[in-house]
Design a protein around this ligand. Structure first.
Ligand code: DC
Length: 218
């Protein structure tokens, strides 16, 4: 199986780029952030504070998280409920960043990610895919862009749907970068053998064709 790992900070465009490339090469796109979001969503729904590690850990044994692919499109389930549409709120984003710093949460989701990659050609995106989850991936990309550019893109994407300012998004991105890069377990960092793609000055089409051509050469 061919495994492609794409890691990078929040808002670097990983998911739209990985999904587009996966469509072109016929691989399954796996969004691992959705797994951490699903845990955070369940924690919040349960009335638990995501930063209360002990309670979060005790909740894990009651959660059955699954990924299903419908026409190669990922849906995430918790205890048979499809939560894919509920996990995209700012509250769940921040909760995911907090629960993902808990080692037990990462272990809990580890085997699920490995299994999908063992059984399918995948483009998997996240923070620790090239470093921890798929250290033997045939291609590793570290996708990044400046915080300002990432905030600008996110703002353009959601300004008509949510009442949120550019500054709020920028602050949120900087805070999540800090959480993701400074946590003790599996922090966000570029794998030694990953190709760095800085998309600050690139169009999405340029990034897609750049990564697609790297995969075609595998
Ligand atoms: O990619 P995303 O924004 O959906 O991810 C949500 C949070 O989950 C993010 O703050 C970091 C965390 N995450 C992680 O720690 N490891 C991954 N492989 C994917 C996401």
């Amino acid at each position: 199986m061919i495994n492609v790992a794409i890691d990078g900070p929040a808002g670097a465009g990983k998911s739209s780029i990985a999904a587009a490339v996966a469509g072109k090469v016929g691989y399954i796109y796996v969004d691992t952030g959705a797994l951490y979001r699903a845990v955070a969503y369940s924690v919040i729904k349960n009335g638990t504070d995501p930063s209360d590690s002990e309670k979060v850990i005790s909740l894990l044994s009651k959660l059955q998280v699954e990924l299903k692919f419908v026409d190669k499109c990922q849906r995430v389930f918790v205890n048979d409920e499809d939560v894919s549409d509920m996990i995209r709120t700012p509250e769940v984003s921040m909760g995911a960043s907090v629960v993902s710093a808990i080692g037990e949460v990462r272990n809990f989701l580890f085997e699920l990610q490995k299994k999908i990659a063992r059984e399918n050609n995948v483009i998997m995106d996240g923070r620790d895919i090239g470093t921890v989850v798929l250290p033997d991936a045939q291609l590793k990309i570290f996708l990044t862009a400046s915080p300002q550019e990432r905030a600008r893109r996110r703002y353009e994407e959601i300004k008509d749907k949510q009442d949120v300012s550019f500054d709020e998004i920028l602050i949120d991105i900087i805070k999540r970068d800090e959480n993701d890069m400074n946590r003790a377990v599996s922090p966000l960092r570029q794998a030694k053998d990953a190709v760095l793609v800085d998309t600050t000055e690139m169009s999405i089409e340029e990034v897609i064709s750049c990564i697609e051509s790297m995969i075609r050469k595998l």
